[in-house]
Design a protein. Structure first.
Length: 406
């Protein structure tokens, strides 16, 4: 990967983010909220909370290959091996008194929360996950419940979630001791919209041939759009990242030298095996040019003048929250937009909500639209669910199928 300047800057801003978070957790005058990745980040940020994301911690445990032995600790506490491995590895790490944040950013431990807040639009198990910590830390847990599998944006659903967000702000004021400032919320939404647009523009540079970036680059650079959304720092970071990437695109820099296959990644990353997949695809001259996962944080339609409604719409429009017909239409357009030759579906053992190969979608895409695909089997964090040999065979067979079709 050639994004040298942005990669160095990423290390700096993430260190600053975690150091500020740690300092806030030790300051009685500051408030810390734990939040689910899709939201409601903007409301919390506008109310002055310092925000921590357990899902990001789970991904970090997976990426550093620390998760598998920790999952057993959560299993022993009564958390099933079949539920989200973000959840079980994160709870296992807590029970073990272990966190990669110590080595990576110098944190003495996890920042103690004053409140835990979640939205079910991207994960239905965050309620149980956050409830564990609510009991451990004896702090409130508050949730936004998003209607699921929407085929269209129903006004009633938008009004429902917008109303829940307003009620959330009222409840949070009991913790902060002050009401939500409407102007500050508008500014937060404006910054979120800017960062989202820049992030989406960065991802869209992969429409070029050859693509200057890959899915694996995007998984590295997506951290600020998750943990720093709604801040000026995120806007500035993605502005710089986009400029650096555009230079690469204009000079013909290729993420995969000799690119001859273009793949679309559908589903969650297998965090502990990203290097394996990068090497496997590279050896086949295949570039994973896009993914539903990374595009999920490219929120569109954010309007500071109607903040609660637009935030409700953004969360309801998240790919995983839509019905099967919407997903089919979305993937068809994504394959066309990015010039992908095929889709790689990742069936994650412990993440049924973010697995989209279980209800005939790959078959419909092939039969109705002529889009070939392969389904590989693994998990977010639990490496026991993954076979390198089987996966390599499946991906190589797909590459041969595409080459034969040409």
């Amino acid at each position: 990967m050639a994004l040298t300047q942005s990669t160095q800057r990423l290390k700096e801003i993430l260190r600053n983010y975690y150091q500020d978070l740690s300092a806030a957790s030790q300051d009685p005058g500051q408030k810390v909220a734990w939040c689910s990745s899709a939201g409601p980040v903007e409301v919390l940020a506008a109310m002055g909370f310092h925000i921590y994301f357990p899902e990001n911690h789970g991904a970090l445990l997976g990426a550093r290959r620390l998760a598998t032995p920790l999952i057993g600790r959560a299993n022993a506490r009564g958390y099933s091996p079949d539920i989200c491995s973000y959840l079980t590895s994160d709870i296992g790490a807590y029970l073990q008194g272990q966190t990669p944040l110590k080595a990576a950013y110098g944190l003495p431990g996890l920042p103690k929360p004053d409140v835990l807040v979640y939205n079910t639009s991207q994960c239905r198990e965050v309620q149980d996950w956050f409830s564990f910590y609510g009991r451990e830390f004896q702090v409130p847990v508050m949730g936004i419940f998003s209607p699921w599998k929407l085929t269209r944006m129903e006004p009633g659903a938008v009004a429902d979630v917008a109303g829940q967000l307003r009620a959330l702000a009222e409840n949070l004021s009991g913790i902060t001791g002050k009401k939500l400032d409407p102007d500050r919320l508008k500014e937060t939404v404006r910054l979120c919209a800017q960062a989202s647009l820049l992030w989406k523009s960065f991802l869209e540079t992969a429409r070029r041939r050859p693509s200057p970036i890959s899915f694996f680059d995007a998984t590295i650079h997506m951290a600020p759009i998750v943990v720093m959304r709604g801040t000026q720092a995120a806007v500035e970071y993605y502005s710089g990242l986009l400029k650096e990437t555009q230079v690469m695109a204009e000079t013909g820099t290729a993420a995969v030298e000799g690119e001859r296959l273009r793949l679309y990644w559908e589903g969650m990353p297998n965090w502990g095996k990203l290097r394996f997949f990068s090497d496997l695809f590279g050896g086949l001259k295949a570039c994973a040019v896009a993914s539903t996962y990374c595009l999920s944080w490219a929120f569109e339609g954010l309007d500071p003048e109607r903040p609660f409604e637009c935030l409700a719409e953004a969360n309801l429009k998240v790919f995983i929250n839509r019905g099967e017909d919407c997903k089919e239409e979305y993937l068809c357009k994504a394959v066309e937009d990015y010039g992908a030759d095929a889709i790689v579906f990742h069936e994650a053992k412990t993440c049924p909500y973010n697995t989209n190969s279980r209800f005939g979608l790959p078959q419909r895409l092939q039969e109705k639209h002529g889009i070939p695909s392969v389904t590989i089997y693994g998990d977010l964090c639990d490496l026991r669910c993954f076979s390198q040999e089987q996966t390599q065979t499946l991906v190589e067979a797909l590459a041969e199928q595409i080459a034969a079709g040409r």
